[in-house]
Ligand binder design. Structure first.
Ligand SMILES: Cc1cc2nc3c(=O)[nH]c(=O)nc-3n(C[C@H](O)[C@H](O)[C@H](O)COP(=O)(O)OP(=O)(O)OC[C@H]3O[C@@H](n4cnc5c(N)ncnc54)[C@H](O)[C@@H]3O)c2cc1C
Length: 494
């Protein structure tokens, strides 16, 4: 039995000076962004108390929803004057607690900055305000035969702002890469109110690759208000194949063989038996519930290219004696194959409370890691369902627990932490696409040496010397606190 679980998630003690000046701060925010864009009544800030890591919540001091970059700039200047921490927010779908506020913080949400500003098909880019949803970007160019490749399962709701901050991925990122591979530029407001343009529509701009630095910075460097995104011509067609196997290990070996073969599917998704059963009961996608593991592999191209790639995949799968192979022959069949997978989180939510882990492992280690996760599940006495982007080794074990049962949540956190440590031990890393947030910050020491972390923190020093932007995230909380104290935050003197 594992050692007694202790909660990993501790929020910093709020700054009493800031809280005492709440009325003054709200007045300054109203002056900066207009009273109609400031929410300060507790009943109305309720919706901003948490993100999709809903086990943790905290009412913020206030919420501001600016309509222009200039308003964002004025708001950040006001917050800096009062030494108020700022939590940037897109749609609040973070699974790592990235958008969780503290009691002394102001949430700056970009949901009202949601316009398409420019579409340039010839040069294959779109410029958008950062609060636009991921799906709306693809919809804006769909009639012209283009799409935006990164496709988080939350794409109907999540904002490009959050995608940039978390360097989000999705099922189809195996072929096209994640956000950082499709982000060309951003407009961002720094904590001192400066508005900076980084990158741009052209490839490989001169100077440092600051876009690479900002993408994945989890709201700690600035508030992103605009983004320039690469758009791609839609492929001629795409078709998935669904394959069931007798064990996780066999399905894992099949994934490793497909990756090794050089065939590049656009997506390769893995579901273990508990996930298959939950998804089938929820979505009625026609999944076989007697297999131990299901793979959904999608390829794209011309009809001939699709046939050729699928033939190759069938050939590889045959070596692993699949129990079922179902190749889609129509758009309706394709939708059905994807229907269950896309409903996975909803399906789990119907069964129990859950926490969704997000780690990465080398694909060759898949069978061993899944077997160890199963053992841990028995040791902790908590069920786990595995749904993940197998092609790039991005695991998403969903740990089920009962939030009303004393001690269960702590056990779940400890189990999750053990899974993530295992990912690092086998040569992978702590996060694939959900970011570190509050969830994994204490685990960063397992991945990085003190020197590694020191240099990452120095980058934050450059963008946000006072450590006011999303300060309690990413780094171990004691390290963030020490840094903030060392850097002498400005006194609360307006
Ligand atoms: C059902 C479900 C499925 C999911 N599937 C996937 C998936 O397939 N792939 C994936 O990668 N993720 C997935 N996620 C996680 C989540 O959707 C992504 O992390 C997403 O990018 C968060 O976007 P958001 O707009 O909701 O950001 P928020 O949750 O609002 O914020 C996330 C982070 O971004 C920062 N941030 C927000 N706005 C700004 C801004 N304007 N400037 C600077 N920083 C900012 C916040 O401070 C926070 O640190 C899923 C979540 C759910 C609930």
């Amino acid at each position: 039995m594992p050692a007694a679980a202790a909660t990993l998630i501790e929020m910093p003690r709020p700054d009493a000076t800031v809280i005492a000046r709440r009325a003054e701060i709200v007045a300054a925010l109203e002056a900066a962004a207009g009273a109609e864009n400031v929410i300060s009544q507790p009943a109305e800030t309720l919706a901003y108390e948490c993100d999709a890591l809903a086990a943790y919540r905290c009412p913020p001091l206030a919420v501001v929803l600016p309509r222009t970059t200039e308003q964002v700039s004025a708001v950040l200047k006001a917050c800096r004057r009062f030494a108020v921490p700022v939590v940037p927010r897109g749609s609040g779908t973070s699974l790592a607690g990235g958008a969780l506020p503290t009691a002394d913080s102001v949430v700056v949400g970009v949901s009202r900055l949601n316009r398409v500003l420019e579409i340039d098909l010839a040069n294959r880019f779109i410029r958008v305000e950062a609060g636009i949803t991921n799906l709306a970007v693809s919809e804006a160019v769909a009639d012209d035969g283009f799409f935006y490749a990164p496709d988080p399962s939350s794409q109907l709701a999540c904002a490009i702002a959050g995608n940039v901050a978390m360097n989000s991925g999705g099922a189809h990122c195996l072929k096209y890469g994640v956000t950082t591979n499709n982000l060309l530029g951003v407009r961002m407001v720094l904590m001192n109110g400066d508005i900076v343009e980084l990158g741009g529509p052209h490839l490989d701009p001169a100077g440092y690759d600051l876009i690479g630095v900002v993408c994945g910075s989890e709201g700690q460097f600035g508030v992103v208000t605009e983004a320039v995104l690469r758009i791609l011509p839609k492929p001629e067609g795409a078709r998935p194949i669904l394959m069931g196997f007798a064990s996780n290990a066999i399905a894992g070996a099949c994934v490793a063989d497909i990756v090794k073969s050089g065939v590049l599917p656009v997506a390769m998704e893995f579901m273990d038996r508990p996930a298959v059963i939950a998804c089938e009961n929820f979505a009625h996608a026609g999944y076989p519930t007697d297999v131990a593991a299901l793979l959904i592999v999608e390829v794209e191209g011309s009809p001939a290219e699709i046939d050729e790639q699928l033939a190759r995949i069938r050939e590889i799968a045959a070596r692993h004696e699949p129990q079922i192979v179902r190749e889609s022959r129509s758009a309706v069949q394709s939708d059905l194959i994807w229907k269950g997978r896309k409903a996975a989180f909803g399906a789990m939510g119907q069964l129990a409370d859950y926490m969704c882990m997000d780690g990465v492992i080398p694909t060759s280690r898949l069978p061993g890691v899944l077997a160890r996760v199963d053992e841990m599940s028995a040791e902790y006495g908590l069920k786990v369902a595995n749904v993940f982007h197998a092609g790039d080794g991005n695991l998403h074990p969903l740990i089920l627990y009962d939030a009303n049962k004393p001690g269960d949540q702590e056990k779940c956190e400890a189990f999750g932490a053990d899974i993530l440590r295992l990912c690092v031990e086998v040569g992978g890393c702590l996060t694939g696409e959900h970011g570190v947030g509050i969830e994994k910050r204490e685990l960063m020491v397992h991945q990085y040496s003190p020197a590694d972390l020191e240099y990452q923190m120095r980058v934050k020093d450059v963008f946000d010397p006072d450590w006011l932007l999303n300060p309690a995230k990413v780094f171990p909380i004691a390290a963030s606190h020490a840094r903030r104290t060392r850097n002498h935050p400005p006194q609360a003197a307006p």
